[in-house]
Design a protein around this ligand. Structure first.
Ligand SMILES: Cc1cc2nc3c(=O)[nH]c(=O)nc-3n(C[C@H](O)[C@H](O)[C@H](O)COP(=O)(O)OP(=O)(O)OC[C@H]3O[C@@H](n4cnc5c(N)ncnc54)[C@H](O)[C@@H]3O)c2cc1C
Length: 307
């Protein structure tokens, strides 16, 4: 379904993110996770996209498996890095023919491959990719006359490559002006960073829905990996103190992370968040427990009126 239809008919969306596993065993285990999360009726699920050719095909495979074998609505991520226009055009044609409704358009994390030259890619910034998808949409090649719905990334705590926060919001606005329908944020642990980001977007004239990215810290090693991936995320002392009290007890660490994320979600719901996107790390446990803490049987229970 086109993301505009999803967002306009639900005051608050819930969505889950998965990454395509590299081995058949891990793929089966992920599919089990997906089946466990299906009864939570997420408004959409998204599938990340890597820089390597073979991992990219895995994204497509997972997207199509979700589409054909579950009731869920998958949104593939697509990135600028390591791509020429013609390749992206083919990917869009294939997804359009397969009835995929939306794309999350990203710059992408550059590969560490020796000899890789970012400047040789056809799209330098996500805004260029958004423009390209818009152009594709205008060609009428998608079964929905509006074409693909388009999402883009937002960074409540700023993006490390742009220390000037005012400029960064201008770049975000450029993505929206190029045709993005919604924003999904990087994970954050301080809700006030998200609220401030939302206010700054409002001041900049960014009017599209902003979906908050939440990742429960379920292990200390995961937290470190997360810090690497989410370049710049602030880890509040309150959370770190609680985690360090139980660092030798993995179960308790997970409990602390889930409790913290649940509190974040409760507060976001109190503050009329437009959507919550769970970075699941391909596990269902934390997400299921957070739903229970929110008093939600599934994604359809929160809020009443579209805003
Ligand atoms: C929700 C979400 C999902 C993600 N999924 C993936 C994924 O599947 N695969 C993956 O590889 N990565 C993924 N990432 C990581 C993301 O691709 C990187 O963080 C990337 O560095 C930023 O992506 P972007 O789309 O915001 O890029 P852009 O909007 O292109 O911004 C990248 C940097 O360039 C700056 N910039 C933008 N426009 C200009 C301009 N005109 N001139 C100068 N500077 C400019 C921005 O301020 C920013 O610092 C994801 C991130 C998020 C938040």
């Amino acid at each position: 379904m086109h993301i505009q239809d999803i967002l306009s008919s639900h005051p608050t969306t819930f969505s889950f993110e998965f990454f395509p596993p590299k081995t058949p065993e891990a793929a089966e285990s992920l599919f089990q996770t997906i089946l466990e999360l299906e009864p939570y009726l997420p408004h959409f699920v998204s599938v990340t996209y890597g820089a390597g050719g073979s991992t990219r095909e895995l994204t497509h495979e997972l997207v199509m498996r979700i589409k054909t074998q579950t009731s869920l609505d998958p949104i593939p991520h697509l990135t600028c890095v390591c791509h020429k226009q013609a390749e992206v055009g083919k990917i869009l044609e294939r997804y359009a023919a397969e009835g995929i409704g939306n794309i999350l358009a990203l710059c992408g994390d550059p590969p560490r491959t020796p000899g890789y030259r970012r400047e040789e890619d056809d799209f330098q910034h996500a805004a260029d990719l958004v423009k390209f998808i818009r152009k594709f949409n205008e060609s009428g090649a998608h079964p929905d006359r509006r074409g693909f719905g388009i999402g883009v990334a937002g960074f409540p705590e700023g993006h490390p490559a742009t220390p000037n926060r005012l400029l960064e919001i201008d770049y975000l606005k450029a993505k929206v002006d190029a045709g993005a329908d919604y924003i999904v944020t990087q994970l954050f642990f301080e809700n006030r960073d998200f609220y401030d980001f939302r206010d700054r977007c409002e001041l900049a004239g960014i009017r599209v829905p902003i979906v908050a990215g939440i990742m429960p810290a379920t292990s200390l090693s995961g937290l470190k990996r997360m810090a690497e991936l989410a370049g710049g995320a602030r880890f509040p002392a309150k959370l770190l103190r609680a985690l360090s009290r139980c660092q030798n007890d993995p179960e308790m660490v997970a409990q602390v992370g889930i409790h913290y994320a649940s509190e974040q979600c409760l507060d976001l719901l109190e503050h009329d968040v437009r959507g919550i996107h769970f970075y699941t790390l391909n596990r269902s446990d934390a997400t299921r427990k957070i739903f229970a803490s929110l008093g939600l049987r599934n994604s359809r229970g929160a809020g009443s009126q579209p805003k």
